[in-house]
Design a protein around this ligand. Sequence first.
Ligand code: PMP
Length: 284
Amino acid sequence: MISEIAWADGRCVRFDEVSLSPATHGLSYATSVFDGIRTYGGSIFKCDDHIARLRRSAELFGHTVHYSDADLADACRELVRANDLTDAYIKCLVFYDDTDVSFKAQGSSSKVVLFALPFPSYSAAEHYRLSTATWRRAPASCHPYQAKTSSTYALSYLSHRGRADGYDDVLFLSTADAVCESSGSNVFFVKGDALFTPTAELALDGITRRVVIDELCPRLKLSVTERDIAYDEIGSFDAAFLCGTAIEIMGVSDIDEIRYAKSAVVDAIATEYRRLTNGRSAIR
Ligand code: PMP
């Protein structure tokens, strides 16, 4: 449930008082960008990385964000405090208002709106079952995958609508049958002590993905390889997991007809990630 207080253009306001014009550019043209940020114990996890990504996404779409990185971090903290939250998910949106309804929209001003949801650090599911999406990921020359933009999520939404009964999420494949990512998280495969994950060409280079690669694998003495992974190959791995800000580390038990056993390696990564996130205790 969305919390009562939002942050809109510089101050905290009641969520239901934030008004949007039907001519908001992003509604018609999917030009809005956003980031999803977690707080644990009131402290923002990987704050700088999320704000840097928001800024990169905004720049790609030509948005001018009139707030410094410190202002945006303060806005997140103010929002969490105003809603009396500790473990929260913050959505930070940047979008054009309604001053130009053409594709050109260059002179339009960008709005920044944040809202929060209480987000306890556990999931009802122990593992996910994935089915391959009927929609394919277009080549990188057809979509800006490194921006966290609303246009990416139209396909996520459509794929969930077409998801087979009994499955929790979808796995996107490229038009060349290579694994990309799920509807809202990155995917890793495990073989022995080695991890494999698709390159971030047709996937978001997720912040959690980077934590796994750069922090958790060295700590756990696991090797990790970023490479193309063909769909035909996925049955040869011992285990699989998803990772992302919202889902954290989530084991995968099935992909279509393929079954994966529970994995001590995935458990170790999940435990280490929890240690990292729960290690933050004060508002920072
Ligand atoms: N891929 C997609 C499509 C996503 O929406 C997300 C969630 N932001 C991720 C991957 C994981 O990214 P992160 O770890 O930065 O949340």
